[in-house]
Design a protein around this ligand. Sequence first.
Ligand SMILES: [Zn+2]
Length: 329
Amino acid sequence: MNLKEILGNYYFTPQRFIGNLVDIPAVVLIYHRVAHLDNDQQMLAVKPDNFFRQIEYLVKNYNVLTIQEFDFLVNKKKQFPKNSILITFDDGYADNATNALPILESLNAQGLFFITTSNIDTKIEMWWDKLDNVFFTGKRLPGELSISINNRIYKFNTSTEKDKLTTYKTLHPLIKFNKKNIRDSITQKLFEWASIVDGNREEYRMLSSEELLSMDKSPSAIIGAHTHTHSPLSILSYDEQVDEVKRSKEILENLLSHPINYFSYPFGNRKDYNQNSLEVCKYIGFNFVCANFYFQVHRWTNKFELPRALVRDWEFDFFKMQVNKFFKY
Ligand SMILES: [Zn+2]
């Protein structure tokens, strides 16, 4: 492992360093969940007490912008005030309403919540949570798995914890780059193989329309769209992308009775969307769109793929160090 691999995103790049010298950057943070989970393979959840400390620290030490302030600066291509931060959430888990929002409200901070619409008012879990449920909730599994995905048979040994983890890590990308119907059929096969009834567990539930309506009334929440089925847009045709993006925007607009002006790409890395996705978002007319690769936001950043910095359930001193780094490297 070389230095670049160890330091990952924070490896010094002359591009970032010079960019940050000539123009004050803003940093857009990305959260997913605020919850205490026994099992969180994707590390999406920040514990509520930790989230409170993180936001309290940001409010005291940084310039936490409202969505309106950030929107204005991005669209007018104006200089950001020093230490500008925007707080965003992806996916639309129910804990955004029950855990995250009350904390933001108590600290007078605002978050932008990007919502996947297909599971609103259902107890259906996101496919990666179903995958977690199959492999990591302590159920006794058969020692081998043979599964057909896109006409190819994959065989896995699943007898030890290490085998299960390897299987999970191999299956994750294989499932991800498919449309919803194929993903559903794969997870269904996995549940049958594991003799598990699809859990629809309360702690993995997505937001209900009632919760969305109540969030929308809060000064601490702005609602954005995140597609209907959370498919990587890069696997879809232009027209399919329009349908995915528009559908989530329209469902939210019909529910909340006002325009939805913001969007984030599912998964959001550069391989998860393409040039068509940027065109689709431009055509639909969002004020700005968030991606999910690491960088700072500058006056010259394309507003249809704003980079973001992912926050995890870090120990507090590490969090402080990371946020400081987000503005520099
Ligand atoms: Zn997402």
